[in-house]
Design a protein around this ligand. Structure first.
Ligand code: HEC
Length: 475
């Protein structure tokens, strides 16, 4: 009897504290649904990692992807009625600012961002290569060659908006933190460069590490025209060039034609589509033409249709990001009624010290190959059209040739990095004065006491902190 009442008391206690936390959740914010697979204990996950039980931890990745993509009804405002859960989280723009936000990014719709302030300077879009070591000799280093092959998008350096981050290409990017991660970063003022510098001056080796239930995302949407078929390049694991040269989506062989409405599509339907207008892609004629591309439906993707009210409620930077993207993709401005389709999503969780990394992308033949393996049968959604790569270790499971584990998202990493990278290896290097130069070539395992951190402050596997802490270094 005693044991029973204790368990009742415990249940009550837990229920009460849960309700308490719920009450303090900001209006409009939706956490990962209760009863989902996240967070797992570090002990559980570390056991699976040590055992190299890749099928099991891949299951964990899939279930988180499905859970945060469930849609929730949002207060009807600005034409929005529902959103994927993660799209109700805090955006990078709300984090790296002196202003304190109490509600997530989409709740700022209609409240147009104040005029440009000094801290909202243009995003360092791809700062990575500029930091790469220059070759000592006259021959081109791989990095220089990579840079020469990188496409050029005209006027691509506009500032980030409240919802979207400028990626400088067709992809409409976003970086989002869940409440736990947002609160930690804000509480310790990790968005201020001065805080980080002071920690370093005080002899600290790392920022305070994030709570175990932190989730941080990087998302990519593709614009889809409502009145035609939009070309979307798809990744068939075939490199146009050697792995250390530029292999971004602009170079891929095949595309699908995404039909911008939900009408049924007949079997075998094809369409010739074009993409990359006004974009210079070394080695290719643009706009690129993709003859007889397979027609797929916008309904095959997680997507949002942007209606008139919603478009009007966005700030001008977000609208500019959409317009640039639509112009490069299909040669006109983004119009009300056009869609944004989720093509890629990175999910990082602090369930273990070195974080879990999993990344998802869309494919029209999603049931074949290693990236489809272990995808479980999950509740509703279009999750079954996505593939996944994961890095729960910098080393294992090893590749067929014995080299360290490779994990990249074909849409995201190859536009700035060579192919053979590992999420955790690069993120392990995140530090105030850190550089990520030798990740692709060496993929040497990086431990917290690595000599690269001498006289530096580690930023808990988050590059976004040294990249974006304000004021930016150029000021
Ligand atoms: C060679 C380096 C490198 C590799 C490899 C890499 N990233 Fe990143 N990642 C970065 C940098 C740099 C940023 C910061 C971009 C910014 O300033 O917004 C970033 C940002 C992110 C973010 C947003 C928050 C943050 O800073 O952590 C997530 C989430 C993320 N990456 C996940 C992944 C995943 C998952 C993979 C593997 C599929 C991956 N990354 C591979 C360098 C890398």
């Amino acid at each position: 009897v005693k044991g029973l009442s204790l368990s009742i008391a415990l249940t009550l206690l837990l229920t009460t504290s849960y309700t308490f936390a719920e009450e303090h959740k900001p209006t409009g914010y939706f956490p990962i649904p209760p009863g989902s697979d996240h967070p797992q204990t570090a002990a559980n996950l570390n056991y699976l990692i040590n055992e190299q039980n890749q099928p099991q931890y891949r299951q964990h990745g899939w279930s988180m992807f499905e859970a945060i993509n469930r849609t929730v009804k949002v207060e009807k405002q600005h034409g929005l009625t529902q959103l994927p859960i993660w799209q109700t989280w805090f955006s990078e723009k709300q984090i790296f600012t002196r202003k304190h936000y109490t509600e997530p990014a989409y709740c700022q719709l209609g409240k147009h961002a104040p005029k440009q302030t000094t801290e909202a300077s243009p995003t360092p879009t791809s700062p990575h290569l500029s930091k790469l070591k220059k070759g000592k000799h006259h021959t081109l280093t791989w990095a220089e060659k990579f840079k020469q092959q990188t496409p050029t998008y005209p006027n691509s350096s506009n500032p980030d908006g409240m919802l979207f981050a400028n990626n400088g290409d067709i992809m409409i990017a976003g970086e989002y933190f869940n409440l736990s991660g947002f609160n930690h970063l804000r509480k310790h003022k990790l968005y201020l460069r001065d805080t980080l510098k002071k920690m370093l001056a005080d002899g600290k080796k790392s920022i305070p590490t994030f709570p175990a239930d932190t989730m941080v995302l990087k998302s990519m949407y593709w614009p889809i025209a409502k009145d035609s078929h939009t070309a979307l390049p798809v990744w068939d694991n075939t490199l146009a060039r050697p792995p250390y040269q530029y292999n971004g989506y602009e170079t891929w062989k095949r595309a699908v034609a995404v039909q911008g409405n939900l009408k049924p599509i007949s079997q075998g339907q094809t369409k010739t589509v074009k993409s990359l207008y006004k974009v210079t892609v070394p080695g290719y004629d643009t706009p690129r033409r993709f003859p007889k591309s397979k027609v797929v439906s916008i309904g095959d993707f997680y997507h949002i249709q942007v209606n008139k009210k919603l478009l009007k409620a966005m700030d001008k930077n977000d609208r500019q990001i959409l317009n640039n993207s639509a112009n490069w993709a299909y040669n006109r401005d983004f119009q009300a009624g056009d869609y944004i389709a989720q093509i890629a999503l990175h999910i990082n969780t602090k369930e273990v010290e070195a974080w879990t990394f999993q990344s998802f992308w869309w494919h029209d033949q999603p049931n074949v190959g290693p990236f489809a393996s272990g995808r479980p049968n999950l509740p509703t959604g279009t999750w079954q059209n996505y593939l996944m790569a994961e890095a729960y270790s910098q080393v294992t499971p090893r590749e067929y040739d014995g080299s360290n584990h490779v994990a990249y998202n074909p849409y995201i990493e190859p536009v700035i990095h060579p192919i053979p990278t590992n999420c955790q290896n690069c993120h392990a290097r995140a530090a105030l004065n850190g550089k990520y130069d030798d990740n692709p070539s060496g993929r040497r395992e990086i431990k917290p006491n690595d000599p690269i951190f001498k006289n530096d402050l580690r930023t808990d596997y988050l590059w976004i902190i040294p990249d974006r802490a304000i004021p930016l270094p150029m000021q």
